[in-house]
Write a protein that binds this ligand. Structure first.
Ligand code: 5RP
Length: 217
């Protein structure tokens, strides 16, 4: 069922793409559906900037030109999914571990279009672990800081990010003020980035339900 919803929202997102533009592309299973849809219009776009090696591999297979973010000055749109989105369009991302590159490209883009199936839309964040990318030597230090904040941690086993770092999944943190929490975690030395996307939240959210796609701006 969720695959059908992911597919329909991925298809709907095509209508947000401007002719001959370069677009930012995220990672994850929803985005894999989006990449398949992109193939149907690939001659209409100039190319993409991409947030993970996995997405890059898929885009290369369908011969879409890939640009380095350093080589472009303006990025019109970044299209990605999320693990949870609240009613303020703040997100938890990084379930797939690509959060750092996702945050960079999202921040560089004029517009963040977030595409999700209905299961991910929540009033307030609940129970989803917050991914934190850390430099390997800081793993234990950052973990102790998270414990001091009342959270607990799990390490992603056998997982190294595209940047050569580790991921901590933080549970039980108080997410009532998610922007504050994002700033606090960002400030722990050794943290590369945190999967709270509140400072750079979505501008437009597309949510797929069985018979329609809802747009929230
Ligand atoms: C990857 C992400 C993804 O957007 C998020 O995990 C959602 O993935 P999926 O589309 O597979 O449900 O943030 O780092």
């Amino acid at each position: 069922m969720f695959d059908t919803l992911k597919k329909s929202v991925a298809k709907y997102a095509l209508s947000y793409i401007k002719k001959n533009s370069i677009i930012g592309i995220g990672s994850g299973s929803t985005i894999e559906f989006f990449i398949k849809e992109l193939y149907t219009i690939f001659s209409n776009i100039q190319g993409v900037v991409v947030s993970s090696k996995k997405s890059e591999k898929l885009l290369k297979k369908i011969n879409i030109p890939i640009y380095d973010l350093n080589s472009i000055q303006n990025l019109d749109i970044y299209i990605d999914s999320a693990d949870q989105v609240n009613s303020s369009l703040e997100m938890i991302k990084g379930g797939g571990g690509a959060l750092t590159r996702e945050k960079i490209i999202a921040s560089a883009a004029k517009r963040f279009l977030c595409i999700i199936d209905k299961s991910k839309y929540v009033n307030t964040f609940n129970n989803f672990p917050i991914p934190i990318e850390v430099i390997p030597m800081s793993l234990m230090f950052v973990s102790r800081e998270i414990l001091k904040m009342g959270g607990f941690v799990k390490y992603r086993k056998n997982f190294i990010t595209d940047n050569g770092n580790y991921i901590i999944d933080a549970y039980n943190l108080n997410v009532i003020y998610p922007t504050n929490l994002e700033k606090i975690i960002n400030n722990i030395p050794g943290v590369v980035s945190v999967g709270l996307f509140c400072i750079r939240k979505a501008d437009t959210l597309l949510i797929s339900y069985s018979n329609y796609v809802r747009t929230i701006i």
